[in-house]
Design a protein around this ligand. Structure first.
Ligand SMILES: Cc1cc2nc3c(=O)[nH]c(=O)nc-3n(C[C@H](O)[C@H](O)[C@H](O)COP(=O)(O)O)c2cc1C
Length: 211
């Protein structure tokens, strides 16, 4: 079992990266081979609409762009499972995570017969971290249904999902704007809730790699 982790946050040691790392550790506990990619370290663009992946007669329908994302797409295409972590930016995924998903999904979308060109189901988990509380999310909403839908259709599985709310955003809140936040609930999140989120991420990785 090979499991790929994707950190779609620009920060390599903060909330998203930590939870993706925990999920990979959970997967590794079941014997899985794991690997993590930090998308913001890579030089790549979203899909450029070249349609090479839609040419008739191809043996493999794979993205023909050659850039920093190519090894990541190759790794995911050869994996059994992928764990995609993204911070929520403006109620959606980070732009860089979206660019990665454009390239991953579009190469497999069929305009002919059949639901997907992906030759095996890739078990998928999404980890979302965000500043809003769970109650605030009910109000603001988040634009992720389409990723669920495309994951089912293209990667062939019902995705696992983990939401981490009310994240600790700064190293030191005293030095940054923070008046709108309830600092007591941020403290509770950091000291009590985040450790539970980390345990949930580890469990998610275990289940993803062993179910
Ligand atoms: C450009 C930007 C946009 C953001 N938009 C939202 C948002 O719409 N909703 C939200 O809950 N948090 C938002 N946040 C906060 C991040 O989602 C949150 O701090 C996240 O946990 C950061 O992940 P990281 O610690 O892994 O970098 C935003 C942060 C940035 C930098």
């Amino acid at each position: 079992m090979k499991v790929i982790g994707i950190n779609g946050s620009p920060r390599k040691k903060w909330n998203t990266a930590t939870l993706v790392g925990d999920a990979l550790e959970g997967a590794a506990e079941t014997g899985a081979e794991t690997e993590i990619y930090n998308l913001y370290e890579l030089d790549f663009k979203g899909c450029t609409s070249c349609f090479s992946c839609k040419r008739i007669g191809l043996e493999e329908h794979r993205c023909s762009m050659r850039d920093g994302l190519t090894p990541v797409l190759d790794a995911v295409s050869g994996a059994d499972a992928v764990i995609i972590g993204s911070p929520i930016y403006f109620n959606g995924l980070s732009a860089t995570t979206e660019a990665f998903l454009e390239r991953l999904f579009f190469q497999y979308i069929t305009y002919g017969n059949g639901p997907t060109f992906c030759d095996h189901a890739i078990r998928t988990a999404y980890i979302y971290t965000m500043n809003v509380t769970e109650a605030q999310l009910e109000h603001y909403g988040v634009d992720i249904n389409r990723f669920r839908r495309f994951t089912r259709r293209i990667l062939g599985c019902e995705p696992f999902e983990l939401y981490c709310y009310n994240t600790w955003q700064y190293p030191d809140y005293e030095r940054y704007e923070h008046q709108i936040f309830d600092m007591e609930s941020k403290r509770v999140q950091r000291e009590e809730v985040f450790p539970r989120d980390r345990a949930a991420a580890r469990e998610l990785g275990r289940r993803l790699a062993s179910d």
